[in-house]
Design a binder for this molecule. Structure first.
Ligand code: IPE
Ligand code: IPE
Ligand code: MG
Length: 251
């Protein structure tokens, strides 16, 4: 490769720090296949996946991304074997325990999106504690989707809005997109500019159905346990090449 080519490829590999997405969302997929490829139980993949989440959250914060939303457990994931579900819940508990100790020091806010009524009272209590700590912190925010489904989120919002209408606090005729957004888990948070799904699957699997209206999608074959800072850079660089028109015409 000549000097010109290497310079070009170097330039092609740089994240433009002045045009970072404010909000990145990731479907952390491929843990099971990663483990299977190594002859390990699926749970081994979830353990490594949890470490990768820590690494990527730290990296997003360092880059200056404001919000990272990750899909950790869907409303459909209860269909999995009980030991797999309990391993995932155990890893979440471990993360929350650490977060309760460190989020103030690291200035990381945590928010959980999803139906918390179905998780254990112990985890629910930890969610409350991380929420309370988050209220005292400014800056980077990680949103963890736990027992989350996009349709479930929309149904809850519709129910809550209907109840407010019955109570005379809202008017159905006057409902706007912004007002409806206030009923979602993501209230007050900008929509993700970039949604990443590793592992080769090309679908949303019930993730952020409302918020993804104008998101840019990035799919790659890397399995989540192999995902690293460089993979995230590649996704951001790809995003930065997109022409986001929002229904308008090219500039
Ligand atoms: C993603 O990895 C983690 C969760 C859904 C909890 P998977 O467990 O779905 O891994 P694959 O897709 O089976 O490889
Ligand atoms: C989506 O992945 C949910 C999470 C990553 C938490 P799945 O592995 O559950 O999705 P499908 O079954 O491939 O659509
Ligand atoms: Mg999967």
């Amino acid at each position: 490769m000549g000097l010109f080519d290497s310079k070009k490829s170097h330039q092609a590999g740089q994240v433009d720090m002045s045009r970072l997405p404010r909000h990145i969302a990731i479907i952390m997929d491929g843990n099971g296949r990663w483990a299977k490829q190594r002859g390990l139980p699926r749970t081994a993949g979830h353990k490594v996946g949890a470490e990768v989440f820590r690494k990527i959250a730290t990296y997003c914060k360092e880059l200056g991304v404001e919000y990272l939303t990750v899909y950790a457990f869907s409303t459909e994931n209860w269909k999995r074997p009980a030991d797999e579900v309990s391993t995932i819940m155990g890893l979440l508990k471990q993360y929350m325990l650490e977060a309760i100790e460190s989020m103030e020091r690291d200035q990381i806010r945590l928010k959980f999106f999803g139906d918390m009524s179905a998780i254990s009272p112990e985890l629910q209590e930890m969610v409350e504690r991380t929420n309370a700590i988050s209220r005292e912190i400014d800056g980077f925010q990680a949103n963890i989707c736990l027992n989350y489904g996009g349709r479930d989120e929309l149904l809850r919002a519709a129910r809550a809005f209907a109840a407010d209408c019955v109570a005379g606090e809202r008017s159905a005729d006057a409902l706007t997109e912004a007002e409806f957004g206030e009923y979602l888990f993501s209230a007050g948070i900008p929509d993700p500019e970039l949604i990443i799904r590793p592992s080769g699957e090309v679908r949303l699997s019930n993730f952020l159905l409302w918020q993804c209206a104008y998101s840019e999608f990035y799919f790659c074959d890397t399995l989540w346990p192999d995902f690293n800072e460089r993979t995230l850079d590649e996704a951001i660089i790809d995003y930065q090449k997109r022409d986001r028109r929002f229904g308008g015409v090219k500039k």
